[in-house]
Design a protein around this ligand. Sequence first.
Ligand SMILES: [Zn+2]
Length: 218
Amino acid sequence: MALRRDLLGELRRRVLATALEASRLGLVTMTSGNFSACDANSGLVAITPTGRPYSSMGAEDIVLVSLDGSVAEGRLPPSSETPLHLDVYAARADIRGIAHVHSVCANAVGVLGLAVPPIVGTLWKYVGGDLRTAAFKESGTAEYARHALQVMGDQRAVIMANHGLLAIGETVEQALAAAAYAEEGARIYLLARQLGQPTTHPRPNPSDMYAPDWWADE
Ligand SMILES: [Zn+2]
């Protein structure tokens, strides 16, 4: 039991560190965005609380929720977008981390109904190639996550039109990397489109696809 508590405490700390890093990277405005990690053994999800500035957040503010949506532990209400996270975990047993942000460049691509081709190596490495855009759906519905995952396919991130980025990973740190490089790719694409038609980066060898978990084990 003590071991389980330690593991869940560690998971909360990692979700907080990821949220702070996303804030530092400029991926979130004020309290927007939400981040979670799922513990495979207990089935509990550690997720950021709703409406709380990341800078004043402690690990104890990260909420533990069950996959059915009930709060297992936490003094604050979980993110209002918790259903999106839980639907993704329910649909994808291979996914243990989610980063969801309303980042500017990905949203600019999304509101135009565009997608980002694989223009740089990091899009291949962290996202899996192109960054696609899923049509607008009302957030919080089961159809929303299903549609986003369907458009995402084997990639690690997708733009949800008129809303933001959904990025996934085997860890929450991987999910943040996918979100950060998806946003960077969208920014490069928007800038390049001002002057001409961007070229694409060739598909790398499979061994160069998907970065290892470079940040989780600090
Ligand atoms: Zn959102």
